[in-house]
Design a protein around this ligand. Structure first.
Ligand SMILES: O=C(COP(=O)(O)O)[C@@H](O)[C@H](O)[C@H](O)[C@H](O)COP(=O)(O)O
Length: 241
């Protein structure tokens, strides 16, 4: 009997807590490490996320690629997520670092809080004072929504190539992207073809995990999982527990 491999998934992980994710300061290129709590968070998340236990979301052999932001907080998160796995299981995972996963470039707003950005814009008489959002107005001397859309779409195209190959060959293919608050919310929006020029209204705390996939086992029907049923996939019904 041929087993149908589970529909490919994209696991998105925002890095664990940093001093600035805690305070709400915008952090793009500033290369902060995780706080002690952030380290604890991602170790605990790793034990839940990857392994061969019945409650693990991702089985190491099915995790084909991890694509990380080049920032220290993302790479540290990746290492902590995999820390409990034996080397032999880590070796089968392709590790990539991709500039397209770096955080939205905040330009003048690096290190600032939302309320300070609004005050600054008011002082300068810029559009979007009380109602500034990064989605609509972007950042002074930083990236616009269009800039970010271009690189997120390039990233999605790469992921879809891996996923399509797996679907064509009936192979399992989970991919994990480890990045940042804004870039991953953009990724989720673009995954289902939505514009990011308006706030996509997704929440993703530091240390948060989300799952994107495809409906009906069809690469042309990308979708976002709303529930945790992926923890006990129906495909595993026949497996001994
Ligand atoms: O800097 C951010 C994300 O980068 P990272 O910590 O590397 O994931 C932002 O998301 C900030 O955390 C920002 O302060 C936050 O988005 C506040 O937004 P809002 O609640 O809409 O004012």
């Amino acid at each position: 009997m041929t087993v149908t491999a589970r529909t490919p998934r994209l696991i998105i992980v925002r890095h664990g807590q940093t001093e600035w994710s805690k305070s709400g300061q915008y952090t793009s290129y500033t290369d902060l490490p995780l706080t002690d709590y952030g380290v604890h968070q991602m170790r605990a998340t790793g034990r839940m996320l990857v392994g061969y236990g019945v409650t693990n979301l991702v089985k190491p052999a099915e995790l084909k690629v991890i694509i990380s932001s080049p920032r220290k907080r993302a790479l540290q998160t990746r290492d902590l997520l995999l820390e409990a796995l034996p080397v032999s299981q880590k070796m089968g995972i392709r590790m990539e670092v991709d500039e397209d996963v770096r955080e939205w470039e905040y330009g003048n707003y690096e290190g600032m809080l939302t309320e300070d950005i609004k005050a600054e814009r008011k002082k300068k008489g810029l559009k979007g004072q009380d109602d500034w959002t990064i989605w609509e107005f972007g950042c002074e001397n930083g990236e616009t929504a269009d800039n970010v859309t271009e690189r997120v779409d390039r990233l999605i195209a790469k992921i879809r190539r891996y996923h399509k190959k797996a679907l064509d060959n009936n192979e399992f293919c989970d991919i994990m992207v480890i990045g940042h608050g804004h870039i991953l919310r953009c990724l989720a929006a673009r995954w289902v073809g939505k514009s990011i020029n308006t706030n996509p209204q997704f929440m993703l705390d530091a240390g948060g995990v989300g799952v994107l996939s495809y409906q009906h086992h069809n690469i042309d029907e990308p979708a976002i999982y709303l529930t945790g049923a992926f923890l006990v996939p129906v495909e595993e019904e026949g497996e001994s527990l």
